[in-house]
Design a protein around this ligand. Structure first.
Ligand code: DX5
Ligand code: ZN
Length: 231
């Protein structure tokens, strides 16, 4: 993975057909997805349960782009090795998930993955100031994590701008996750985001039999985001 700030659309397979992940992943990539976002939930850090390492390993051969694994679990450290072995390119952990985020991020890099740190909507940017030099990505949650299809929390746009300032010249991606649509994408891109996670806005109306709808949905988000870059 080489670093750049081009806009990347990362569909969340939380909104895919759970009986057909391989075909869904192939369909979104064929339709223009830049990364594939995998939401791991533990029913404890967030009130929902999704995939463990064996499921993520099963997705891996279908992902030709970048497998972006978002861990909404606590604790994190006992599972890093397993998600790295499952083939994650990026592993993102929440700063709220435990007392030792610095150790967690070091462990993610030591396992051979890019390290991301995520902030819940109620967590201030200061919480990551002391780890900004050891991360490859900052994920700003624009909904409270746990479910797809929630409404975008407007106050997070300002947070994205603060993260952008903190990042400065560092090669650190700024990703936003939750309620991203062609309406909200331009706001976060104007504030400095480069990676846009979208679940419902990518999958809505489409299916593996009608993948061109995924393509149109991805294009609509990308075009709105790129227009915001041009200003
Ligand atoms: C929320 C997840 C998101 C979610 C986004 O806990 O981290 O990735 O799938 O879904 P939408 O785009 O529908 O808000
Ligand atoms: Zn996510």
């Amino acid at each position: 993975m080489t670093f750049d700030r081009s806009i990347k659309i990362a569909p969340s397979i939380l909104s895919a057909d759970f009986a057909n992940f391989g075909a869904e992943i192939r369909a979104i990539e064929a339709q223009g997805a830049d990364w594939v976002h995998v939401d791991v939930m533990d029913g404890h850090f967030v009130p929902n349960l999704t995939f463990g390492p064996p499921a993520v390993a099963a997705f891996r051969p279908h992902v030709k782009t970048v497998m972006d694994v978002h861990l909404m679990i606590a604790p994190v450290d006992p599972y890093i090795e397993a998600f790295a072995r499952a083939g994650a390119d990026i592993i993102t952990a929440h700063v709220e998930a435990g007392p030792h985020i610095h150790r967690t991020l070091q462990a993610i890099r030591a396992a051979g993955c890019k390290a991301g740190v995520s902030l819940n909507p109620g967590t201030p940017v200061e919480a990551i100031e002391n780890v900004i030099d050891i991360v490859d990505l900052v994920l700003v949650m624009s909904v409270n994590p746990g479910f797809g299809g929630q409404s975008f929390i407007e106050s997070q746009v300002e947070k994205v701008a603060r993260v952008r300032q903190l990042v400065g010249d560092r090669p650190v991606h700024i990703e936003v996750d939750g309620g991203i649509t062609p309406v909200t994408a331009p706001k976060v891109v104007a504030a400095g985001a480069d990676v846009l996670v979208a679940g419902s806005a990518v999958f809505k109306g489409g299916s593996v039999d009608r993948p061109e709808i995924y393509g149109a949905n991805i294009r609509a988000i990308r075009e709105a985001a790129e227009a915001a870059r041009r200003g």
